[in-house]
Unconditional design. Structure first.
Length: 209
């Protein structure tokens, strides 16, 4: 965001005198000899909380570039990644041509059904999104549970590695350009693959009992 002040200005020692809290220090009472700083009789106060300030001289203007801080950019991007991760988990998966969401109630329901079918071997009632209930056999329930849990682990692991990458960056533009769904590379991809490999083994062991 660029804010331009087109007002009478006076320079001290041939240059603009500016500091991080400059806008708060300016007042209409500064003497015309510019002692103590820059003179602009109609300058407005601006809240620069969580921002750094880039000052430029313009011909007859004071140009204030309001730039997001690195910490603020990282916090915003991490929050964005967390939200996208949760949405991807809740969105669920497709199994055998049917779609199944995975909100918290769905997670509880499917987990309970799998535990019951593993103990009894019986078919149990469940439903795909927008469909009526039908009987799901043991193999169908296990396949659904595995697909959902692999998706949960994958989304959380991916999000964590993406956040690690974001926290390694030191330029606001690079941080803001990161998007959920970007490909992981290097150590972040290696860690993701290792975790997913172990997660798959854990799920298979759980199913086999």
């Amino acid at each position: 965001m660029i804010i331009i002040f087109e007002k009478t200005r006076k320079m001290c020692n041939g240059d603009i005198q500016a500091s991080g809290n400059w806008c708060r220090l300016i007042s209409n009472d500064l003497p015309n000899d510019c002692s103590g700083g820059f003179y602009s009789p109609e300058i407005e106060e601006i809240d620069f909380t969580d921002y750094i300030y880039v000052w430029e001289k313009g011909d007859g203007y004071v140009v204030v570039a309001k730039t997001e801080s690195i910490d603020n950019a990282k916090n915003n991007k991490v929050a964005e990644i967390n939200t996208a991760c949760q949405e991807a988990i809740i969105a669920g998966v497709d199994v055998n041509g049917e779609h199944f969401s995975y909100a918290m109630t769905d997670q509880n329901n499917i987990s309970n059904l799998v535990q019951l079918t593993l103990k009894t071997g019986l078919s149990l009632p469940y439903h795909a999104d927008g469909e009526g209930c039908r009987m799901f056999n043991k193999e169908e329930l296990i396949a659904l549970y595995v697909a959902q849990e692999v998706n949960v682990t994958g989304q959380i692991t991916y999000a964590n590695q993406l956040k690690r990458y974001v926290n390694s960056l030191n330029q606001v533009d690079y941080i803001n350009s990161v998007a959920y769904g970007d490909s992981l590379t290097g150590e972040y991809l290696d860690t993701y693959n290792d975790i997913m490999s172990n997660a798959q083994k854990a799920v298979e062991k759980f199913i086999k009992g």
